[in-house]
Design a protein around this ligand. Structure first.
Ligand code: IPD
Ligand code: CA
Ligand code: CA
Length: 262
């Protein structure tokens, strides 16, 4: 990460410290029998989501008083500023509430709507995925790269399922075409972790249909910096405003997905 502005390096250092702190807090809540509340159809929240979010927002506001924040539980600051943070204090809440160990913290900063700095922390494995735009991606400070897989028969793909029944069936139909061609399917139940795993070369392709900016901001940046191709499911340019996403380890695999979609 040599030609990147020092400002962004400083942002990443602060975001990393905050993610470590929030991850440690999540660990103290995990398997502690926290109450689970419904906040919508197939959508839950726990005390851990709220505690981690409160910590992250306090730290970010103190470090960056002139930046705005969009965070899953607290919502979005209305004021518009060139720099905005996207916070998912606990990605994988359903796993967390079922005592399943696949969950993480995701924090990213975007400028003019483009993710610039991102960090995803899995506190149970102590995996810290990070990236600065044009600076490459790392796992625990060591560079990571997507797999070189170019053909579907060698590809392991991952997916996240929409909550709404009709959208779920639609994505299922698209994924089932892939299932016939690909090596296999894995489902982690934490969108940001799925994206980090593409970056690390552990998954080759990832599909999702109904994501929010806080699910994607860090993960897409980290995967892109590791070499992944990102687009909407139909191949349009990906932006933070989109909710569907395909991440492919190589341009060839991305093309293979688009051809399957035709
Ligand atoms: C959810 C998880 C899940 C994905 C959902 C997300 P949350 O985030 O990432 O894997 O399928 O679309 O909303 O609610 O656990 O932060
Ligand atoms: Ca999430
Ligand atoms: Ca969340």
């Amino acid at each position: 990460m040599s030609n990147i502005p020092e400002t962004y390096t400083a942002w990443l250092t602060i975001a990393t410290d905050i993610a470590y702190e929030a991850g440690a807090l999540l660990k103290t809540h995990w398997r502690s029998g926290d109450a689970v509340h419904s906040k919508g159809y197939r959508n839950i929240v726990t005390a851990a989501d709220l505690a981690a979010e409160a910590l992250i927002l306090t730290r970010l506001r103190s470090a960056f008083p002139n930046h705005t924040i969009t965070s899953e539980e607290a919502g979005a600051d209305i004021e518009d500023t060139p720099a905005r943070w996207y916070v998912d204090p606990l990605d994988g809440t359903t796993n967390f509430a079922h005592n399943n160990p696949n969950f993480c913290v995701s924090i990213a900063a975007a400028r003019e709507g483009v993710p610039i700095v991102g960090v995803i922390y899995d506190p149970l494995r102590d995996f810290l995925f990070a990236a600065i735009r044009d600076g490459g991606a790392t796992l625990n400070d060591a560079p990571i790269h997507c797999s070189g897989i170019t053909a579907l028969p060698e590809a392991t793909f991952a997916a996240d399922w929409p909550r709404e029944p009709q959208l779920r069936l639609e994505l299922w139909a698209r994924a089932s075409r892939l299932m016939v061609e690909a090596r296999t399917l894995r489902v982690l139940g934490a969108a940001a972790l799925n994206m980090a795993y593409v970056a690390a070369g552990w998954f080759d392709l990832y599909l999702a249909r109904t994501l929010s900016p806080w699910d994607m901001a860090a993960g897409v940046l980290i995967a892109q910096e590791a070499g992944a191709v990102a687009s909407t499911l139909s191949g349009a340019p990906w932006t933070l405003e989109r909710s569907d996403l395909v991440l492919a380890a190589t341009p060839e695999l991305h093309q293979a997905w688009l051809q399957l979609e035709d």
